[in-house]
Design a binder for this molecule. Structure first.
Ligand code: NDP
Ligand code: HSE
Length: 440
């Protein structure tokens, strides 16, 4: 069992901070500005033993004597009880955190990329030494969502978690919705305003949201889900006409992370974890989440539907979540006890995207003549896909058809769209979006 180390006669919690960038610098600021209150809440002061960075000469706002470029030596110090990691990426962080955990030092991390791949390894190391592994900041920044899913709802049965977990893409989609502009020009604007990074791949291709979805699905369904298990589509292909098609049905388009229990035709319950754009009715609570904000809706059998909303990124909001974890870990060290362990007893299989029940909205340009609507409907019927809404908008020689389906397997829906794209009675498939959250 890890013991908190004493410094002289005074009981204290020695902390090694790895990283002092956007989040780390705010962690330092909060540790300084709230030192007295944190001490009162924990029952012992937190003492920052050192701050590991890559370029020590770049950090003029933190005490120079704390800076080091030797993270391994800092983690190994005898007077370090807790390692707070806000560096990001896989190595050298994975090795550093495993070393810390194996030595019985608790870890607080904001690193979704690492957790989405290596939670099993980290949790095993924590269990072996009795250390804590906390990671509230890794999903949705300041929003408390890891703790509610892992602890508050531990007595309930969660059936679904659906969220907007990436602020950059939500900013872009919200702006496209409000201005009618296309994806490329809105991405450029997001870059100018500091929302999108120079290389926006992790955000716009859905990798960031998929990592967070893997973490939430693992916690919600007591099953190990990694980023590789999460079906992923980003927002690069979303066009102004997709947004216009959504608007015509009083919907908006959001990049959703969806984690849910699904029961296949074989009667087996599996976990579906996926990230993709979806058309969401404006009356749905997630439709109102604008700009760079995040929100998560959790559905549980007894609790019903719960919604969590707030700032999913940024230095201070993320540091707030990191500090919350640091207080929990420190209290465990001072008063005894341990945070929750990884819980994977359910060992559910992860469902293929093709098996997952979804709904589609499809817009088609078609010739405006007798029999075309029946032929289009026939392609859906052939694959046992039931239609919920059909609307025709005539324009000159041709017409536009909008079809919204009932729920069917994603494979059947994708197959129908492929067939329609090749059909002689369809001029063009102009928009295909999944639909989530009620009937548009
Ligand atoms: P930054 O890039 O701003 O900061 C990273 C820090 O890590 C820098 O101080 C850098 O040092 C340091 N660093 C890099 N490599 C090493 C190394 N090998 N050894 C020691 N230090 C190193 O990242 P953020 O603060 O934005 O993000 C940190 C973590 O928090 C990531 O895991 C991220 O996913 C997560 N997160 C971030 C959010 C945000 O809004 N920024 C929101 C939620 C989570 P130097 O400055 O000298 O280069
Ligand atoms: N890049 C992320 C976002 C923030 O846009 O939400 C870090 O998780």
């Amino acid at each position: 069992m890890n013991q908190h180390r004493n410094s002289g006669d005074e009981r204290c919690i020695g902390v090694a901070l790895l990283g002092c960038g956007t989040v780390g610098s705010e962690v330092v600021r909060l540790l300084e500005s709230q030192a007295a209150e944190l001490t009162a809440r924990i029952g012992a002061p937190i003492v920052l033993r050192g701050i590991a960075v890559r370029r020590a000469n770049r950090h003029r706002d933190v005490p120079a004597e704390l800076l080091t470029t030797d993270a391994a030596a800092l983690v190994a110090r005898d007077d370090v009880d807790v390692v707070v990691e806000v560096v990001g990426g896989i190595e050298p962080v994975r090795t550093l955190l495993l070393t810390a955990l194996r030595a019985g030092k608790s870890v607080v991390t904001a690193n979704k990329a690492l957790l989405a791949e290596y939670t099993a390894e980290l949790a095993e190391a924590a269990d072996a030494s009795g250390a804590d592994l906390y990671f509230e900041a890794a999903v949705a920044g300041a929003i408390p969502i890891v703790r509610p899913v892992r602890e508050s709802l531990a007595g309930d049965r969660i059936t679904k978690v659906v969220g907007i977990l990436n602020g950059t893409t939500n900013f872009i989609l919200s702006a496209m919705d409000s201005t009618g502009a296309g994806y490329a020009e809105t991405l450029e604007e997001a870059g100018r305003l500091g929302y999108a990074e120079a290389d926006p791949t992790a955000d716009v291709d859905g990798f960031d949201a998929a990592a967070k979805a893997a973490i939430l699905a693992s916690l919600a369904f007591h099953t190990r889900v990694t980023a590789a298990d999460v079906y992923r589509e980003g927002i690069r292909a979303i066009s102004a006409s997709d947004i216009a098609a959504a608007k015509a049905l009083d919907c908006t388009v959001k990049l959703l992370a969806l984690c849910e229990r699904v029961v296949g035709e074989d009667g087996v319950e599996r976990v579906s974890a996926r990230v993709h754009p979806a058309m969401v009715p404006r009356a749905h609570p997630l439709a109102a989440v604008d700009g760079a904000f995040n929100a998560v809706v959790v559905e549980a059998e007894a609790a019903g539907r719960l919604m969590f909303y707030g700032q999913g990124a940024g230095g201070a909001p993320t540091a707030s979540a990191v500090l919350g974890d640091l207080v929990s870990v420190s209290r465990n060290l001072v008063h005894g006890g341990r945070g929750p362990r990884e819980s994977t007893y359910a060992e559910l299989e992860v469902a293929d995207m093709g098996q997952t029940p979804t709904r589609y909205h499809v817009s088609l340009d078609v010739p405006d003549r007798a029999g075309v609507l029946a032929a289009v409907a026939g392609e859906f019927a052939k694959r046992d896909v039931s239609i919920s809404v059909v609307r025709q908008i005539g324009h000159g020689e041709g017409a536009s058809l909008v079809v919204v389906t009932h729920t069917a397997s994603d494979a059947a829906l994708a197959d129908t769209v492929a067939a329609l794209s090749d059909a002689p009675f369809v001029t063009a498939v102009t928009s295909v979006l999944r639909v989530e959250g009620g009937t548009p």
